[in-house]
Design a protein around this ligand. Structure first.
Ligand SMILES: [Zn+2]
Ligand SMILES: [Zn+2]
Ligand SMILES: [Zn+2]
Ligand SMILES: [Zn+2]
Length: 356
């Protein structure tokens, strides 16, 4: 089934308006928060298992358990309430897409007093497919608004795995419902609602935690962990309340040079110099791939030759070693040493006055 902004522009606009007027400020989208902020008719959400247990407890005669492949929405016009029932046996990312899809049917007003549920037999085929396409367009754009994908990528290319992890959508839905839309969206001018979403979400969008080494970092467009070099599938979004775990590194000056040479402690560096003029040690942390001039073009060399953070062992854009790691300015992340968080806690203990 085709679903995209070109065909279902209203569904796209509605998804962005809803995100804005509900004040959504965090992704992956939290449905509990969204549903609680949505004005108008109440939306109840139940797993298929809970729904069937509830129905069977009513001792209705001739009761057959309901089966739903993914999710379905019912409208109870007498109570002006919607009920979304989802199949809890599906993977989480797929359930999230189904919830967003059903929410699409609700806000796009596909259900009403006459049509309290959507099924293929209920309406003619073209109408049914149009409603399905609109609901899926709404869902994809609600879960991962193109303006946030664009900001998140910060110029790097569309990476299905990275986007799928960041917004908690399945890789197949990311391919089917995000890639084409994003490409087309690039030719549009963002609406005021989209701009407001970006403003609210921008800073949190780039906060990462790496599940392989535990490091937290905030680098726009990063595809690799700068500490252990893990790829995007290990990088998760760092929630508002999580604790920072910063690996130790070299303190840099404004030009991105080591404040103090790690080898000879020299602090005097010439402008734009990348080596210590006293002992010859590396003083700027760069991607070794980006500055290598013997790499053939067809290997698409990394273009990020700017100074990297003082604790980066790997280039966050291409995953290559940094000059600090290669030249022994930094030790490998898993060499025996403590992240600053714990080191700080330890040193606090050490410094505490003796009790006598
Ligand atoms: Zn549907
Ligand atoms: Zn890592
Ligand atoms: Zn030196
Ligand atoms: Zn690089």
């Amino acid at each position: 089934m085709s679903a995209n902004i070109i065909k279902y522009r209203k569904a796209f606009d509605t998804s962005q308006t809803l995100l804005d007027i509900t004040g959504t400020d965090e992704f992956p989208l939290d449905f509990d928060v969204l549903f609680s902020k949505k004005k108008g008719a109440q939306i109840l959400v139940s797993s298929l298992k809970d729904y069937n247990t509830w129905i069977s407890s009513k001792n209705l005669q001739k009761w057959v358990p309901l089966f739903i492949a993914d999710a379905k929405c019912f409208y109870y016009s007498d109570r002006d309430t919607y009920m979304i029932i989802y199949n809890e046996c599906r993977p989480e990312a797929r359930i999230r897409f189904s919830l967003a899809h059903e929410l699409g049917h609700i806000v796009l007003e596909h259900l009403n007093d006459e049509r309290t549920e959507l099924s293929r037999g209920g309406v003619d085929d073209p109408t049914y497919y149009a409603m399905e396409g609109a609901a899926s367009t709404f869902a994809g754009n609600l879960l991962a608004p193109p303006i946030l994908i664009d900001d998140f990528l910060s110029g790097s290319k569309f990476d299905v795995e990275h986007i799928s992890t960041r917004f908690n959508i399945s890789p197949s839905a990311t391919k089917a419902y995000r890639a084409e839309d994003y490409k087309y969206w690039k030719s549009l001018t963002p609406s005021k609602h989209e701009k407001a979403i970006l403003k609210r979400c921008h800073s949190a969008l780039h906060k990462h935690i790496c599940i392989d080494c535990g490091a937290t970092f905030e680098i726009e467009g990063s595809l690799f962990c700068p500490i252990c070099g893990a790829s995007s599938s290990s990088l998760y979004y760092r929630g508002k309340d999580s604790v920072d775990v910063i690996y130790p590194g070299v303190e840099l000056n404004k030009s991105g040079q080591a404040k103090q040479c790690v080898q000879c402690k020299n602090e005097e560096h010439l402008e734009k110099s990348t080596y210590c003029m006293i002992c010859g040690k590396t003083i700027v942390n760069q991607c070794t791939y980006a500055i290598a001039n013997n790499v053939p073009c067809e290997y698409n060399p990394c273009s990020h030759d700017e100074p990297l953070p003082g604790n980066a062992r790997f280039c966050p854009y291409c995953g290559s070693e940094t000059t600090f790691l290669k030249d022994g300015v930094l030790r490998p992340w898993d060499a025996p040493q403590k992240p600053r968080l714990f080191a700080a806690l330890d040193s606090e203990e050490d410094d505490s006055p003796l009790p006598f």
